[in-house]
Design a protein around this ligand. Structure first.
Ligand SMILES: NC(=O)c1ccc[n+]([C@@H]2O[C@H](COP(=O)([O-])OP(=O)(O)OC[C@H]3O[C@@H](n4cnc5c(N)ncnc54)[C@H](OP(=O)(O)O)[C@@H]3O)[C@@H](O)[C@H]2O)c1
Length: 444
């Protein structure tokens, strides 16, 4: 296959991964991401090999088989059914549920930069038999909303369809016209949405649709839609991008070997996983020293190392001059220099560029600066079964001198990543920093 064709196909298949904030149960779950779940998550969204444009990739299924049996160690977490078996045997309801999952995946298409007041939204149009007529998603400020995108693709075939949308259709004229009017004009028969629009400016969609005689149902997969929207909510509230800090460390908390020979401390499975998480974000952020030492590409690549055709912005923070031959300055994605050491200034700059979700990949100095500034919203840590005994700590000085001052994030999820090609498993922890001043949990 020509490289360009393969690149497009891989990029499309990779869009399946965009399930950043929809994967975790409220309680800690420990599971094998590749084999245990039918739920639409960061992980299993690839296992069925389905991609948004209908192309298929076998890779994740192959990985799942190679990984052997599930390593789930906390049983009893019931995964919601997506086959329709728990829909009382109602095929129409099952089709709408499956379409909503699809719409959620579409909503999280990679690389799309959203300013803080714009939402990730996906839409699937179904015919009476539950077949997909067209799909759409929002691509950022000023572009058609998901419904308008799907309607445009469907053309006349939109008449009589059910529109399955992740967010209540808007009823106002902003940068684009009201989606309610577009749905009515197109002759859509029924609308199913996941999350009501709490934005008072855009609200009223349901009432307008019902007034026009369209059947409306809401709340389908609303929890998952709400998790998808968490990044948007934080970005809107804080007027800065949501920040996910990702790091990899050895058992003794080292992020790199003392002599600098450790390009990676985590396993291949963890690194692939990182690429999936990168694809959730619209900005990659590192400090100047990581660029100087590691010379990272900071692109999102598939399992063959092929970059996706839509890439997050690459941002390098720090004041020193850098060699323009560093790979981060190649043409594979846009790169900006943030010539500051102040995390607030850096995020303000990124917000002004319309960025909503930053993936902070270190190193330890930059991570410490963001933690100290209270500017980390989510932590993803990969722990590798390895000891170094020396080398850089995963995070720099946090100004903590006593155990009572320890930074204690809340654990949202613990997942075992089975090794690929004989490597040992790595463990991924997803954590939420506690609001400053919140009490630490007592173990006794
Ligand atoms: N295991 C992992 O997950 C992981 C991830 C990334 C990196 N690493 C490793 O980390 C090492 C590099 O770590 P690092 O901490 O030296 O690199 P870094 O955090 O990427 O960069 C540090 C540099 O960023 C600039 N900077 C920007 N904001 C700053 C602030 N608020 N405070 C202080 N400096 C600021 C400073 O340089 P200026 O003089 O330019 O301002 C500083 O020297 C490498 O060995 C790399 O392999 C590991």
């Amino acid at each position: 296959m020509a490289n360009s064709t393969r690149r497009v196909n891989k990029a499309a298949s990779f869009a399946r991964v965009l399930w950043g904030r929809c994967n975790s149960e409220p309680a800690v779950t420990v599971r094998d991401p590749l084999t245990s779940s039918e739920r639409l998550t960061r992980w299993n969204s690839w296992t069925d090999g389905e991609s948004p444009d209908g192309k298929r990739t076998q890779w994740f299924a192959d990985v799942a088989r190679a990984s052997g049996p599930s390593t789930t160690v906390v049983p009893g977490v019931r995964e919601p059914d997506r086959t329709g078996d728990d829909m009382g045997g109602n095929p129409a309801a099952a089709a709408e549920r499956a379409a909503m999952r699809r719409a959620l995946v579409l909503a999280a298409t990679p690389g799309v930069a959203m300013v803080a007041d714009t939402r990730r939204v996906g839409c699937v149009l179904l015919d009476d038999a539950g077949r997909t007529v067209a799909e759409g998603h929002h691509r950022g400020p000023g572009t058609p909303h998901a419904e308008a995108d799907a309607l445009a693709r469907a053309g006349a075939a939109a008449h009589g369809t059910t529109a399955v949308v992740t967010l209540e259709p808007c009823h106002h004229t902003g940068r684009t016209g009201p989606c309610t009017e577009a749905l009515v004009r197109a002759g859509v028969r029924r609308v199913v949405f996941a999350e009501a629009d709490a934005n008072p400016v855009a609200a009223g969609g349901r009432a307008a649709l019902e007034a026009a005689g369209i059947e409306v149902e809401s709340g389908l997969l609303a929890d998952e839609a709400a998790r998808l929207a968490e990044v948007y909510r934080v970005a809107l509230r804080e007027r800065r991008p949501f920040v996910t800090w990702k790091f990899a460390a050895t058992l003794d908390g080292r992020s790199a070997a003392a002599d600098g020979t450790s390009r990676w401390v985590s396993s291949r499975a963890a690194r692939l996983d990182t690429h999936r998480l990168r694809a959730l974000c619209d900005t990659m952020l590192v400090g100047t020293n990581t660029v100087a030492v590691d010379d990272p590409l900071l692109t999102v690549r598939d399992e063959d190392g092929v970059p996706l055709d839509v890439q997050p912005l690459r941002a390098v923070m720090g004041e020193r001059a850098l060699d323009p031959a560093r790979r981060v300055f190649d043409g594979d994605a846009e790169t900006v220099r943030l010539r500051t050491r102040d995390p607030h200034v850096a995020l303000a700059d990124l917000a002004a560029r319309g960025r909503q979700h930053v993936f902070l990949e270190g190193g330890p100095t930059l991570a410490a600066a963001f933690l100290r500034a209270g500017l980390v919203d989510e932590i993803v840590a990969y722990v590798a079964p390895m000891l170094l005994g020396a080398g850089r700590s995963a995070v720099g000085d946090l100004g903590i001198t006593g155990i009572d001052q320890a930074f204690r994030p809340v654990v949202d999820d613990v997942t075992v990543l089975p090794g690929i090609d004989g490597e040992e498993p790595n463990v991924r922890l997803t954590l939420t920093p506690r609001a400053s001043g919140a009490p630490a949990p007592r173990k006794d």
